[in-house]
Structure formats: structure tokens, C-alpha cells
Design a protein around this ligand. Structure first.
Ligand SMILES: Cc1cc2nc3c(=O)[nH]c(=O)nc-3n(C[C@H](O)[C@H](O)[C@H](O)COP(=O)(O)OP(=O)(O)OC[C@H]3O[C@@H](n4cnc5c(N)ncnc54)[C@H](O)[C@@H]3O)c2cc1C
Length: 500
């Protein structure tokens, strides 16, 4: 080899080596903060996942951009190689590879953490690096808040892209219905402002479209007046009588929604190794005290613990963080059901509950196993509000009340993942069969549209396939416009849009 040829080869090799590793290129060419593996900061950030399994996946480095321009620079560098990567906000989505990556860079939005309140426009600009308790705290003295998570520790970024179910959804709709504007870094590294009038299709696609269209670097949110709230938890023993009464109460509450300022999550937990079997309810009222009667049907069942009280909204959000138990692997899954009538409610609701008990029993010898189910009311009024605010990808109609079921299995060891994976699929798969059976038998509305809720979805669930065909087509057509080469589709995880 002549010297000249050697030099050309060496330069090409150096360029290709540099181009293959985004972490090294970002460090060499930009001022973006790069956390390298085996450092304290890297390990600290990796501990910020709800599921320890996600934290055990090891990115090559963690990139912490501070501006949209820095995010655009990362996207541009990523194009020069073929690495997988992940985008992470709060790290609360427990599906592996959604906000976590094994090899390749992790883009943490942690430093995109602005919370800027504008009293004149009654809006708040919120960065995806925040968690909802931080947003609540920063807005506390303003007398305003935004529609966000019910558990403070959840991140802003992923939550809003999955539509976002809030305690305030019966007043203001899905959290995404209050997003006025998104700032997005697209696959071609351009930075665009997306609103109802600027890129309207993309604006719609982002309301429940996940991470398929770009990295959102800020959300402009409608602000709403906020004072003290009332809320906390009720705990009940899961005796057969109390279980039947709670299932009836959540059904009735969903149909005869007593007050749009009221919110509730009805959960049951089974710790099979210690035979713990309880119900825990999260109650919320947007005011210092609920009017008499709002939560009576639940209180009358006789909770063993009642922590409800008047408090700051920010305290309610952070107070609910007790439920974020760290140190376990989590899986999450969901199903949507039409609300049964009062007459058919006992049979249908009990069948759902019993199926969950039966399947969760199959995991009884998995170390550290906790099975949990949440019944989340989805009264038709939320669909009405969503439509009045321009809609969203789930596009619920107001013909039916629904319940969105959320499932979690948590456990200690990765070696048990496959067994729990089977149980999770059997749980929501069984719900679907039960619902279909009752639809065929006339106990549940046979014409009800039953999309899945992205934020509670298990990785194999067909989120996009369960949307209305026109919404799926919208997602496909926006993807063709903004990501023609499949940059987000092929290089990072999450619920992906099936091709046409
Ligand atoms: C304890 C707990 C309570 C919950 N409570 C609620 C609730 O009340 N209401 C509700 O709706 N959901 C709730 N969820 C579900 C939660 O909203 C989802 O898990 C959501 O994905 C978490 O948001 P995150 O920002 O923490 O997500 P992450 O895990 O960081 O990210 C989730 C997904 O969003 C993508 N993403 C994140 N930020 C961006 C961005 N800026 N641009 C592009 N893509 C991005 C990621 O790539 C990933 O695919 C809860 C979850 C847990 C664990």
C-alpha cells in the first residue's frame, strides 16, 4: 500500500469509526452533556425508571440536551450511523426498549425542564424533562395548573404523547386535549411548531401517537385556575362482599357521574406470597371539600384506612407517589370495556375480576409478585369534551360509557419475565374474550368502539390497529410526510404504526 493510499484509508476509517458512534461524535462536536457508562451520573439516571428491567438495559451513553437545537444536532448525528436509540422523559413506561435501550445512545429530556407560566394567555410552557409533581410545585403559587398525571412521579413527555388520563379529565378532557402547541424536532432535524393551524395533521397525530413523529422539546398547555383540592386513598379488605360492593360502586359512578370535578381510580392488589388482598382507591375532588354525596357509595362500604383531606394540588400529586414502589420489574397492560347496565353489572364486573384473580394465581410462585388491576371510569362526557377541543387519536364517541382497565404485574427477577409475560397476555386476552362473549350475548353494547389506551399498553398490544381506520390512516399519512425513511419507526422502540 502506498503512503497516499494508506492515508486515504486511515482517514476513511477514522471517519467511519467516528460516524458509527453517536456518543463519541456528540462529545467531540457539540457542548451537549454526555454521561458515560460506569459514572455516578449515568448510574443515577439509569435508576430513574419505574421498572428495574428497563434500567438494566445499558445505553452506550446518556445524552442530555438542553435546547431544541441540541436535540436537532443529536438527530442529525444519529443519521450518520445505524445505531438504535431511545428517548426518555420520566421513564415510567415499563415496556423495555420504549424509553430504554441496550447499546446506542439514550436521549434523556431531563434538562428540557422549563415550566413557564404566562398569566396573560393563561398558558404554561412545559418541557418534557419534568415530572408532574414538579410541574404542580412550580405552578403552586400562580393559582393555576395544567391537566396532567395523577401520580406525581410520572413524566410529562411520554404521558402527553399517550393522550394522558387525568383526575381533571371529566372537566377538561384528556391531557392532550389541552395541548395548544408542540415544539418538535423532526427526523430531518428541523424544528417545527405544531398547532391546530400549523401542521394540523401532525398536531392531531401527536395526541395519542407516541414517539412516531419526532422528539417533542416543549408543550404549550392551556392553564386552568387551581386552588386547594380534596383527596387521598381509601383502603378496603378484598372480601367477597366488599369486592362486589366496590365493583357495583365503580360501575354506578361511571354511569351516573356525580360531579365533573370528581376523579377516582379503583385498584385492587394481590400479594400472593403473603396473601395480601386489598382494594386501594385514589379519590380526588377539585375543590377543598366534595359536596355531600359525591363519594358516598365508596365511603359507605367501610374503608379500613381513609387518608382523604383538603390539601394543595401539588401535595396530592406528590402524596400519591407512595404507590411508585421502586426496586421491582413491572409489566403493564390494558383493555377497554363498555360499561354494563346496572342489571348486568354484577355479573359482568365480577367475571372480569374473577378472571384476573384466576390468571394472577398462576404467578403465585414468582418471587416478589404483586398483581394489580385498576378500573378507570371513562364516562362519555370525556369524549364530548375531547371533540369540542379538536379531538385526539383515540377518538372516543359519546354513545357509550366505558371502563379502561389497567393491569400491572411486578416481580423481582428477570428470569421470571417470560412467565409473567404469558400471564399478562392471558389476563387482557381473557378480558377481550369475556367482553366479546357478553357483547354476543347482549349484556354489553355490541357496537361499542373499544380502542386501547396507549399509556397503559403492553408492548405486543395492537394500539394502532385498534384505532378507528381513519385515525390509523392519518397516522400513516403523517408518518409518510415527516418520517419517510422510518427513522423513528426502525431505530427506536414504542408502539409502532403498521404499514399500509
Ligand atoms: C405509577 C404510574 C402511574 C401512572 N399514572 C398515569 C395516569 O394517571 N394517567 C396516564 O395517562 N398514564 C399514567 N401512567 C402511564 C404513563 O403515562 C405512561 O407510562 C407514560 O408513557 C409515562 O410517561 P413518561 O414521560 O414517564 O414516559 P417514558 O417512559 O420516559 O417514555 C414513554 C414513551 O414516550 C416516549 N417519549 C417520552 N418523551 C418523549 C418526547 N419528549 N418526545 C418523543 N417521545 C417521547 C418514549 O420514547 C417512550 O416511548 C402511569 C404509569 C405509572 C407507572
Amino acid at each position: 500500500m502506498t503512503l497516499n493510499r494508506f492515508m486515504i484509508w486511515a482517514v476513511a476509517l477514522a471517519a467511519s469509526v467516528a460516524a458509527q458512534n453517536t456518543c463519541e461524535t456528540v462529545e467531540a462536536q457539540t457542548a451537549i452533556k454526555v454521561l458515560k457508562s460506569f459514572t455516578i451520573d449515568y448510574n443515577k439516571e439509569q435508576s430513574q425508571y419505574w421498572s428495574t428491567f428497563s434500567g438494566d438495559l445499558k445505553p452506550t451513553c446518556i445524552l442530555e440536551p438542553e435546547t431544541s437545537e441540541e436535540v436537532a444536532a443529536i438527530v442529525s448525528i444519529l443519521h450518520k450511523n445505524n445505531e438504535t436509540f431511545a428517548i426518555k422523559s420520566g421513564g415510567h413506561n415499563p415496556n423495555n426498549h420504549f424509553a430504554s435501550v441496550d447499546g446506542g445512545p439514550l436521549i434523556s429530556t431531563k434538562r428540557l425542564n422549563e415550566v413557564i407560566f404566562n398569566a396573560d394567555s393563561e398558558t404554561v410552557r412545559v418541557g418534557p424533562g419534568n415530572r408532574w409533581d414538579e410541574v404542580g410545585e412550580k405552578l403552586d403559587k400562580t393559582g393555576y395548573t395544567v391537566v396532567g398525571g395523577r401520580i406525581g412521579n410520572v413524566g410529562v413527555g411520554g404521558y402527553l404523547l399517550g393522550n394522558g388520563l387525568s383526575f381533571m379529565s371529566t372537566e377538561y378532557g384528556w391531557a392532550s386535549n389541552s395541548v395548544i402547541e408542540y415544539t418538535v424536532v423532526l427526523a430531518n432535524s428541523s424544528i417545527v411548531t405544531v398547532s391546530e393551524t400549523s401542521h394540523p395533521d401532525l398536531w392531531m397525530a401527536l395526541k395519542g401517537g407516541g414517539n412516531n413523529f419526532g422528539i417533542v422539546t416543549s408543550y404549550l398547555l392551556q392553564a386552568y385556575p387551581q386552588g386547594d383540592v380534596w383527596g387521598g386513598n381509601l383502603e378496603f379488605e378484598a372480601t367477597p362482599e366488599k369486592t362486589a360492593a366496590i365493583l357495583a360502586a365503580v360501575r354506578n359512578f361511571t354511569e351516573n357521574y356525580p360531579d365533573k370535578k370528581a376523579g377516582i381510580i379503583v385498584t385492587s392488589e394481590r400479594t400472593l406470597s403473603t396473601l395480601l388482598n386489598i382494594w386501594i382507591l385514589f379519590l380526588y375532588y377539585n375543590g377543598p371539600e366534595p359536596p355531600q354525596g359525591v363519594f358516598d357509595s365508596f365511603l359507605a362500604i367501610g374503608p379500613t384506612i381513609n387518608t382523604c383531606k383538603t390539601q394543595r394540588y401539588a401535595d396530592l400529586l406528590s402524596g400519591n407517589n407512595w404507590s411508585v414502589l421502586k426496586g421491582s420489574i413491572y409489566t403493564i397492560g390494558t383493555e377497554t370495556m363498555p360499561l354494563p347496565s346496572k342489571e348486568d353489572g354484577p355479573e359482568v364486573m365480577q367475571a372480569i375480576y374473577d378472571h384476573w384473580v384466576k390468571v394472577s394465581d398462576t404467578t403465585k410462585f414468582v418471587p416478589g409478585l404483586i398483581a394489580s388491576i385498576a378500573f378507570q371510569p371513562m364516562p362519555r362526557g370525556i369524549a364530548t369534551i375531547s371533540k369540542s377541543k379538536g379531538g385526539d387519536m383515540m377518538d372516543l364517541d359519546d354513545q357509550h360509557d366505558r371502563i379502561i382497565i389497567e393491569l400491572d404485574y411486578s416481580f423481582y427477577y428477570k428470569s421470571d419475565f417470560d412467565q409473567v409475560d404469558i400471564a399478562m397476555r392471558a389476563t387482557y386476552g381473557g378480558f377481550q374474550s369475556i367482553v366479546k362473549g357478553y357483547q354476543q350475548g347482549g349484556l354489553l353494547a355490541s357496537d361499542a368502539y373499544l380502542p386501547l389506551f396507549m399509556n397503559d399498553g403492553f408492548y405486543p398490544q395492537d394500539y394502532f390497529g385498534r384505532l378507528r381506520p381513519e385515525k390509523l390512516q392519518l397516522a400513516q399519512s403523517v408518518q409518510a410526510q415527516v418520517d419517510p425513511d422510518g427513522f423513528w419507526r426502525d431505530r427506536t422502540g414504542g408502539f409502532k404504526i403498521p404499514s399500509k
